[in-house]
Ligand binder design. Structure first.
Ligand code: GAL
Length: 767
């Protein structure tokens, strides 16, 4: 006897509007009906939702053939998230549902099923207002599982694994959630230890423990078996990691005894052209790209993510700041706060507390009455409840830089809550002392002071609250506030504040990767102020952060290009218009501003073989080298030196006309199961293979073999071309497509065509 977990991702049908026979069309999960909806400029909450019409009621149905109802078994349906207000029927009987679109829920369907055909019907009601401040998508966009469980079984949500370190011994304490006998074994390639207990707690000691960290994310396999009458009646396995996190006042965060700074990105959960229907392998490629530039942490703004994302963070080594909801009674969650906060908070903590990647819990983001008695009461209530579910991690709350005096505003009538919170009105508190006093009151409740965009006040906050550490839960990329003006445009990069003060444990940029929604106005469909575009292309400032975060020697060059389009980025999150190319046909010896990012001691610059004099990187503010160079077509090379030795270089060449397309690889092998998706990018190149940054021709993709095209994406959030196509124009010389594999082994050929250019072919061997 043991549990069987089966993913239910295929075989569904979907109807928008009325659940009538002729409306239903086959779909594969994960599914987001809003991403293929037409752009609608006049819909409700158009800007926050990126102009994609998510309003409406959707229906999903599926047949499930149950060969045998096993005696002594219970059957459950588990939805990791449905956006939103879902109701589930099994064979016509209502089984339950969940309002909040980011919470997992599990339904016991044992008494509704029968042997043979069973009908599952799911109603998804996206008509309730207000929606999120970002694109939320619509539908069954996360994993669905059927669980067949022995009557007496282990409940993963009641299992709590706590770890500690004593010398080189890892101490693992398992709260089993049952009062029956449970056997536990911990193993990896070289070790297997076991123990058992019937009192609900098992303690195991791992000798010479391999600790989990972002650099070495060592995991162990924990298997728990429930024993009754000397028989194993259920077995549940999970991966665990042993690590110690200490927040030491004045000194910083210590991970396994080592001082560690959070080099982090905030992220939203969509992936551009896929909307919110994002399979884990798509996030895996994104997270690997983050890690490659030295990022070691993410913040899942502002809700619990898909559970697979946290599995990836455990596996790849990324620390996670997780929070259950955005504003409490002020924003979209105000529809649910009063009745659901406790359940949603519990769902998050119980689902995720065994992940070693989670280093801190947040309980909210930027509420409107910060530091006022009404707010402190809720903050205390949330923290106290969270501690009953997990007392092993610090708890925090991400503070808005705006503090206000009490006002009589009726929040239920406020149309745009973000604007209300951010608007500098006559209730704004300017006095630093009064502001810090409110932060101090928040600091009495939270374990870490989490500040969004408040570097300019760090010294004052630290002076008032020396016993607590500060984390920048949101930071701009390039600009930073001024103590008297809140936001200004002096180029003091916020990361430098993290380096400067031991009491600041890190900074998390808003955001790592562009996302849909939170548009600053048409034609922008999303937020373009990030370090990566929606199709995973790196933007110039990502190299500056690599120079701060990575130890691997690097050097990079970009130049100012004011011919780039305005991407509609909110001003303080914007960055100077740098681009990494050397093709300015309109210039002749015109001086162009440049920036060089490097972590080397010295850099040389050569233009067409002639050396230009530059100072040492350390002598520039922000260690970002800037200057001017007269434009001459040809080659410009920057070289990085450490100890007098050249350790890296970077070259830009003037491109000729685009004559061919090229994928980043010509051939690759992939272990792709049914439903596996991957993004591939094709670039325009000239006759010498130099990328043509300015090329914007239309590219058409075709695929042969066991795979299909899901969507196209060029990273341009101002474009109104559909994602739901096999063609799109290039942006900054490239365009990407996501393809889905059928699970059959064999040869897939992905081809890209553009008029007047040689086609590109990519051969993928599915093994
Ligand atoms: C913050 C907020 C984020 C995002 C960001 C950019 O205030 O917490 O969710 O809205 O601003 O506008």
């Amino acid at each position: 006897m043991s549990r069987i977990e089966t993913e239910m991702m295929s075989g569904w049908e979907f109807a928008l509007g009325e659940p009538e026979e002729h409306n239903f069309k086959p779909v594969t999960l994960p599914h987001d009906w809003a991403i293929t909806a037409p752009i609608n400029r006049s819909m409700k909450q158009a800007e926050p939702q990126g102009f994609r019409d998510r309003w409406g009621i959707g229906w999903y149905r599926r047949n499930w053939v149950c060969r045998e109802i096993k005696p002594g078994y219970v059957y459950q349906l588990q939805f990791d998230g449905i956006y939103e207000n879902s109701t589930v029927w099994v064979n016509g009987i209502e089984a339950g549902g969940r309002k909040y679109g980011y919470s997992r829920f599990t339904l016991d369907i044992t008494s509704y099923i029968r042997e043979g055909d069973n009908r599952i019907l799911v109603k998804v009601d996206n008509t309730s207002f207000p929606a999120d401040r970002w694109y939320s998508g619509a539908g069954i966009y996360r994993t669905v599982k059927l669980l067949e469980l022995p009557q007496h079984h282990l409940n993963p949500e009641e299992i709590h694994v706590k770890t500690a370190i004593n010398g080189d011994i890892g101490i693992v304490t398992i709260l089993t959630g049952v009062s029956s006998l449970v056997r536990a074994s911990i193993s990896d390639d070289n070790l297997r230890i076991a123990s058992e207990s019937a009192n609900g707690t098992i303690r195991l000691e791992i000798p010479n423990v391999k600790l989990w960290s972002p650099e070495q994310p060592s995991l162990y396999h924990l298997e728990l078996s429930l024993i009754e009458d000397e028989q194993v009646v259920d077995t549940y396995s999970l991966r665990i990691g042993v690590r110690k996190i200490e927040m030491i006042a004045g000194k910083g965060m210590y991970l396994n005894g080592n001082p560690t700074k959070i080099k982090g990105f905030c992220i939203h959960q969509d992936a551009g052209c896929l909307g919110v229907a994002v399979p884990p392998e798509i996030w895996k490629d994104r997270l690997l790209a983050f890690k490659a530039m030295g990022c070691n942490a993410i913040r899942t703004a502002h809700h619990m993510p898909a559970s697979e994302l946290l599995d990836l963070c455990d596996e790849l080594g990324l620390l996670v700041y997780e929070e259950p909801f955005d504003k409490w009674t002020g924003g979209a969650y105000r529809r649910y706060f009063e009745t659901e906060w406790q359940a949603d908070l519990e769902i998050m903590v119980k689902r995720d507390r065994n992940h070693p990647c989670i280093f801190i819990w947040g309980v909210g983001n930027e509420v409107e009455n910060q530091g006022q008695e009404s707010m402190l009461k809720i903050l205390k209530m949330l923290k106290e409840h969270l501690l009953t579910l997990d007392d092993t991690r610090p708890v925090s709350y991400a503070m808005n830089p705006h503090f206000k005096y009490e006002s009589n505003a009726d929040l239920a009538k406020v149309k745009d809550i973000q604007q209300f919170v951010d608007e500098v009105s006559d209730t704004e508190i300017y006095d630093l002392h009064e502001r810090v006093e409110r932060i101090r009151k928040i600091g009495e409740i939270v374990d870490v002071i989490s500040c969004n965009y408040q570097e300019q006040w760090y010294p004052a906050i630290h002076e008032a609250i020396p016993d607590k550490l500060i984390l920048g839960t949101e930071t701009y990329q390039f600009f930073r506030g001024h103590p008297d003006q809140m936001q200004n445009f002096s180029d003091e990069v916020p990361w430098i504040d993290v380096e400067k003060h031991d009491y600041v444990i890190g900074g998390m940029l808003w955001t790592g990767i562009d996302y849909l929604g939170e548009s600053m106005g048409y034609p922008a469909k999303g937020w373009a102020g990030s370090l990566f575009s929606t199709n995973n292309e790196r933007k110039p400032l990502s190299y500056l952060y690599e120079s701060y975060w990575s130890e691997k020697p690097m050097v990079y060059l970009a130049v100012m290009d004011y011919s780039l389009q305005d991407e509609g980025v909110k001003e303080h999150w914007d960055t100077p218009r740098y681009a990494s190319h050397w093709s300015f046909p309109q210039f002749n010896k015109t001086v162009i501003p440049y920036m060089i990012a490097t972590n080397c001691e010295e850099v040389t610059v050569e233009l067409n073989g002639k050396q230009l004099y530059v100072n040492k990187p350390a002598s520039y503010p922000n260690r970002m080298m800037t200057g001017f160079v007269p434009y001459l077509p040809g080659t410009i090379t920057v070289r990085g030196f450490i100890g007098g030795q050249e350790v890296c270089s970077y070259t830009l060449r003037t491109a000729g006309p685009a004559v061919r397309l090229a994928f980043d690889a010509e051939e690759l092998r992939l272990d792709a199961k049914d439903g596996y998706q991957k993004l591939f990018t094709v670039r325009a190149k000239d006759s010498e293979g130099i990328p043509v940054f300015r090329e914007s021709s239309k590219v058409t993709f075709k695929v042969a073999g066991p795979a299909e095209i899901v969507a196209v994406d060029n990273g341009d959030l101002c474009s109104s071309e559909s994602y739901d196509n096999n063609w799109m124009h290039m942006y900054h010389g490239c365009v990407s497509t996501v393809i889905r594999f059928t699970g059959e082994k064999g040869r897939v050929v992905l081809s890209a065509f553009s008029e007047g250019m040689y086609q590109a072919d990519l051969v993928i061997h599915v093994v």
